[in-house]
Design a protein around this ligand. Structure first.
Ligand code: XMP
Length: 519
């Protein structure tokens, strides 16, 4: 089994919890490198020397059934501290001689309050006046495994924190990784520094030189091609590779005509002039418009755009001889998500088109220098590489661009209306210091016209929808609470400046049940 990175690490075994990534983030935020692997991959580890601690995540499985998600028992014999969270705790108890019961009547979902029973390094300075923790479980440990003791309970579950002090094995029923658990970070801090005794060595900036060295070593004198979208990930990947191999990096930017007003061309200029990248701009807007003509089905739009993008990229890349590598801004969450822990694929809600998900059949070796990192780490790296703030802090923008924000069929006229509307909205957010408080914001055009009155005349024009959400990683989101003043101002400004719009609505749904994009 190959680790992402050859350095000391906390290993997180993922049993399929929705929040496993948060565990990895919390550990890294404390300055310690973490990697997530599946229970299957544990069997393939042949060298444990870099692993300084193991965390078993939560998950939907239950040890009360005959078949459950498991790990080889020998991980308990490696003298490596282990922390089980939720399902992780139940699995530890099951494997080491405890008893677990489905506790339907005493299940805990949401807030619960801890009662301390014994001292432990794991809870040093954890308890304060508010001992509320976040629970999400139906099974509960009802008999301690051998050589374990109780550290804390709640009203409904006696064995909420347990430990085997000698073997350094710990289990907790609640989720310290979510922000709803008060002081949850302390649990990780104690586990890492008091129990695993790891040193703070992880910082993304310290990784920069290693990454550059690794790129040089891998690429040697060969050429690398990179599809640059102007988003943070591909931009940081391109700057990093450029630092390593300079002119041997060829960047291609495909203008689909479905980008925000000015943004794509401005980004191109920045890369060309400021960073002196070897870069080619392909204007394919007419082609995209032609292929999308009359198409209103969202999935069809996505497929057409994805395919066309690949076709153009393939055609352009053939114009350069001797290209051996394809660079992509793949991030760590992409890697984790493509290796499902239970083997079952999460149901597909939308087919994502990513510049990152490029041509598998092209005969390139992949160069993915960001595949160990989370998005916020990539932003730190981008800052260190001197990437412009306008690109660095840009809201996420979907691969298919404005095509999925023009509901129904796409026309040149609608693209223009949307670009203007979006431009006004985003600029007002920036001017009012709201842009950075919001995770993602955009305007869309709905496929309906409604009646309005402007001056003394009747109008019959499009409705625009504004969306602005707060989120941590796009998996869940809340709508942003604008002041009435701002809502009034923005509605007024759009109606007065964009011909073709006579109504503005604001989307007040969270994700779930909605998604962030409309199509
Ligand atoms: P949803 O709409 O699924 O979106 O809640 C979650 C995040 O993903 C972005 N998104 C995409 N990004 N290619 C991308 O690169 C796509 O096809 C795509 N579709 C959605 C969306 O903007 C949000 O940030």
């Amino acid at each position: 089994m190959q680790f992402q990175n050859r350095q000391d690490k906390i290993l997180i075994i993922d049993f399929g919890s929705q929040v496993t990534k948060l565990i990895a983030r919390r550990v890294r935020d404390l300055g310690v490198y973490s990697e997530i692997i599946t229970p299957e991959e544990v069997k393939k580890i042949n060298d444990y020397s870099l692993i300084k601690g193991i965390i078993l995540s939560g998950g939907p499985s239950t040890v009360t059934k005959k078949k459950f998600q498991n790990v080889p028992k020998n991980i308990f014999k490696k003298k490596i501290p282990i922390l089980g969270i939720c399902y992780g705790l139940q699995l530890i108890a099951k494997l080491l001689g405890g008893k677990i019961k489905s506790a339907k009547k005493k299940r805990e979902f949401g807030r619960a309050f801890l009662i301390k029973k014994n001292n432990s390094l794991l809870i040093k300075n954890f308890f304060n006046s508010n001992s509320s923790v976040w629970m999400s479980h139906e099974d509960a440990v009802v008999k301690l495994p051998r050589k374990f003791k109780i550290i804390a309970s709640t009203k409904n579950s006696k064995l909420t924190i347990i430990e085997n002090t000698k073997e350094k094995i710990y289990g907790i029923q609640f989720h310290p990784e979510v922000t709803h658990t008060n002081n949850g970070k302390k649990i990780f801090k104690n586990f890492l520094f008091l129990i695993c005794k790891v040193k703070k060595k992880w910082s993304i900036n310290l990784q920069k030189n290693r990454l550059i060295k690794e790129i040089k070593k891998k690429v040697k004198k060969e050429k690398v091609i990179c599809a640059l979208s102007g988003g943070v990930d591909s931009s940081v990947a391109a700057l990093l590779i450029n630092k390593a191999i300079k002119k041997n990096l060829i960047c291609i930017m495909v203008d689909t005509g479905l980008m925000r007003k000015n943004e794509f061309r401005d980004t191109f200029k920045i890369f060309k002039k400021k960073y002196k990248l070897n870069i080619k701009l392909i204007n394919a807007s007419n082609l995209f418009l032609k292929k999308l003509k009359g198409i209103s089905n969202p999935e069809k739009k996505r497929k057409i755009i994805g395919k066309l993008f690949i076709k153009i990229f393939e055609r352009e890349s053939k114009k350069f001889k001797n290209v051996k590598f394809l660079a992509q801004g793949t991030l760590y969450p992409d890697i984790i998500e493509s290796r499902s822990s239970s083997g079952s694929k999460t149901s597909k809600i939308k087919s994502h088109h990513n510049v990152g998900g490029l041509p598998k059949k092209m005969k390139f070796n992949l160069l993915e220098p960001l595949k160990e990192f989370f998005k916020d780490e990539v932003r730190v790296l981008g800052k260190n590489l001197g990437l412009n703030e306008s690109i660095l802090l840009r809201h996420p923008f979907p691969g298919p661009g404005l095509a999925i924000r023009i509901l129904g069929n796409i026309t040149k006229e609608k693209i223009k209306i949307l670009q203007e509307t979006d431009y006004i909205f985003i600029n007002e957010l920036i001017k009012n210091n709201l842009y950075r408080k919001i995770w993602q914001a955009y305007a869309a055009i709905l496929p309906i016209k409604t009646v309005g009155v402007m001056g003394d005349s009747r109008t019959y024009e499009y409705t625009c929808l504004l969306r602005a959400v707060t989120s941590e990683d796009g998996m869940t989101a809340d709508y942003f609470n604008f002041s009435k003043d701002f809502i009034d101002k923005i509605s007024n400004k759009i109606i007065n400046n964009v011909k073709g719009i006579n109504r503005v609505v604001y989307d007040i749904t969270s994700k779930p049940p909605s998604t962030i994009e409309l199509e």
